[in-house]
Design a protein. Sequence first.
Length: 311
Amino acid sequence: MRLRVRLLAIATLSALSLAASAAEKGTIMIMVNSLDNPYYASEAKGASEKARALGYKTTILSHGEDVKKQNELIDSAIGQKIQGIVLDNADSTASVAAIQKAKNAGIPVVLINREIPVDDVALVQITHNNFQAGSEVANTFVEKMGEKGKYAELTCNLADNNCVTRSKSFHQVIDQYPDMTSIARQDAKGTLIDGKRIMDSILQAHPDVKGVICGNGPVALGVIAALKAAGRDDVIVAGIDGSNEERDAVKAGTLKATVMLQAQAIAAQGVADLDNYLQKNEKPQKQRVMFRGILITPENADNVSDFNFKS
């Protein structure tokens, strides 16, 4: 009986110690686009788990790619005097002033996924190597196409520099092959619905299309849905993101190639950098850091879960 009481007391003290540690270290605000999107939800998960492991409380918020709402949330963070912000920003250029405002108030901001065009405003900018990711998926796409045939490109959102970079990397690879013929290039705005709608139109206008390369995962899944509805299993589809749904499509053979972006890893790294700065006043050695995308094939697809790759 006494042993049980002692164990209970130890467990209670441990819990109180952890709570005191979190209260002492304070709160980190994690702000992403839409938590309904698996990619952004994975960013939030990676950041929150790392922050809590390091002894912080977390607040997870969504700006919905609305700059005004993002600015209001940053103002709220300043008012609450939180310790730091991990941010996947709403707009690369329009976000600079709000990030500078937080810095001036003594609140460091770590940027993940989407950069801003200036240095020394954010503590660090941690992004994906979209050029490498695009090149890898394009090389696999060309290989699966047999280096020839008519293909379409559905971009993810040309208002996003990450998507522009992916498109450029696609063409740096594909344009080297004279027998690869582009028959359509449209912006699917990064959504499954637009991907399906545009693919429906392409199938009507170009029934001889042999391949589609997509700027992100939702667009690729929309394309696959359109092809399934049309009874077309002869079209090569490739994309970028690496969601669980894409993983399953790779395993099923409907998606021939994708590159997984390390959403949880970049977010966790951002929190680690923030903690080093807050606790030791140590800044990251580099202002901008890139994480490689991981090519997903049927052989390694089982290692993918929530934008995290377990080797």
